[in-house]
Design a protein around this ligand. Structure first.
Ligand code: AMP
Ligand code: MG
Length: 403
């Protein structure tokens, strides 16, 4: 059986960033930048006042309570017409361009107007540059301000707008189809009859895909029947990624691998040395563009772990993200933990930042196996526990995957 690392390598070796598209700035939130972005301007575009006050020459500030002549008033968006000369000032508002000759701005609160044409300045401790933001301090024309691979958050939207990018080159969003398989499944708005359970995985995997900024469609529930599954698989293969849940183990109704292969999907691997999630199936097909196909085990926790370990990194790469949306991190164990078993385990845990610069701690959850989704709602990381029978003491270091 292949290891988690080998399986992930296989997945990524078959995964390529989707094409690039140009979108209106209003539609790029959450997308991945497909090209470096340079600025067409200096920002700020002029030396600008950071306060409402008076622009002056610091060399004129020898004495407190000095009286100055007000030459004009400049508000944001206006261009000064006067040059500041000895014992004169320009009344200036936040954001306005600093007039020639001035080298600092005194705040309005530190002055007293003497009619419209004179002002008394109480404070004299300004230095050259006080309350002025120099042209180009934030960025210069030609600077690369954002790099390809960055995720566009609201802050990036603001910056893109500042530098005039009303159209932005972004990566296409992966289209993901999700199909839950199993005769025992009923939709969540049904009350299960004897032997039935509600379909947790379909909605969960759809939500997981959306949390990775994919556009996801839930194909509903497929009965354990070759023809029904074949029809739904054909529909799912129109997407960039098809995720199935259930039907990939060794049971008599585990029909998914056979149905996928009959549909032309080439198996890359089946089964990974991991717990939970051993039955994972992965394959690829190139029909109308390439589709990655993940057959996840039906147990909800197994499906969740497989999504985080294999599907999310694939979605990140398809979307052109350079940094993974799930992060590796080391923790100190919050309590003793005993591991038993011959497979490396991805164990649900709750981690939290410690106070006083101490390392973050993680507490393994009281988890009752792969079907226990409820306990998993407290989970915000998976502890990576090597195979073997051993007990880790409280305070020992463990690797984790923050999710
Ligand atoms: P399977 O992988 O199809 O053998 O399913 C393994 C276990 O997961 C069985 O107990 C199934 O009832 C359960 N299961 C399968 N699919 C789902 C689903 N969509 N939601 C919740 N549980 C499921
Ligand atoms: Mg099944």
């Amino acid at each position: 059986m292949i290891s988690v690392d080998e399986a992930l390598k296989h997945v990524l070796d078959h995964t390529f960033p989707l094409p690039v598209t140009s979108l209106d700035l209003s539609a790029v939130l959450g997308r991945t930048l497909a090209a470096d972005v340079t600025s067409d301007i200096d920002s700020p575009p002029h030396d600008k006042s950071l306060v409402d006050g008076y622009a002056l020459r610091t060399s004129d500030l020898g004495r407190a309570n000095a009286l100055f002549k007000v030459l004009e008033e400049v508000t944001a968006g206006e261009t000064p017409t006067c040059k500041v000369t000895k014992d004169s000032v320009v009344r200036i508002m936040t954001g306005a361009a600093i007039p020639e000759g001035a080298d600092a701005v005194v705040m309005l609160e530190e002055t007293e107007a003497r009619g419209a044409e004179a002002v008394l300045i109480r404070r004299s401790s300004l230095t050259v540059g006080s309350n002025i933001m120099r042209r180009g301090t934030s960025l210069r024309q030609g600077d690369t301000v954002l790099e390809a691979g960055a995720t566009i958050r609201p802050l990036e939207v603001g910056l893109l707008s500042e530098i005039g990018r009303s159209q932005v080159f972004v990566q296409e969003v992966p289209r993901v189809a999700i199909l839950a398989t199993g005769n025992e499944l009923v939709p969540s708005d049904h009350r299960p009859k004897s032997g039935q359970i509600r379909n947790s995985n379909g909605p969960m995997l759809t939500a997981l895909a959306r949390s990775a900024t994919a556009s996801a469609v839930d194909l509903g529930i497929g009965r354990d029947d070759r023809d029904i599954l074949a029809q739904l698989v054909t529909e799912g293969l129109r997407s960039d990624v098809l995720i199935l849940s259930g039907g990939v183990s060794a049971g008599v109704l585990d029909l998914v691998p056979g149905v996928l292969e009959a549909a032309g999907v080439e198996q890359v691997f089946h089964k990974v040395n991991l717990k939970p999630g051993k039955p994972l199936w992965f394959g690829v097909v190139s029909q109308q563009g390439q589709t990655l196909v993940f057959g996840l085990p039906g147990n909800p926790v197994s499906g969740f772990v497989c999504f985080e370990l294999f599907v999310r990194p694939a979605l990140d790469r398809l979307a052109g993200r350079t940094a993974s949306s799930a992060g590796r991190r080391r923790f100190r164990l919050a309590c003793e933990h005993t591991h038993r078993g011959s497979r490396p385990t991805y164990y649900p845990a709750a981690w939290e930042e410690s106070v006083d610069d101490q390392p973050a701690t993680a507490k393994p959850l009281a988890w009752r196996g792969s079907a226990d989704l409820r306990s998993l709602t407290a989970c915000n990381c998976l502890l990576v526990l090597p195979a073997g029978d051993y007990t880790l003491g409280a305070g020992q270091w463990v690797d984790g995957l923050v999710i």
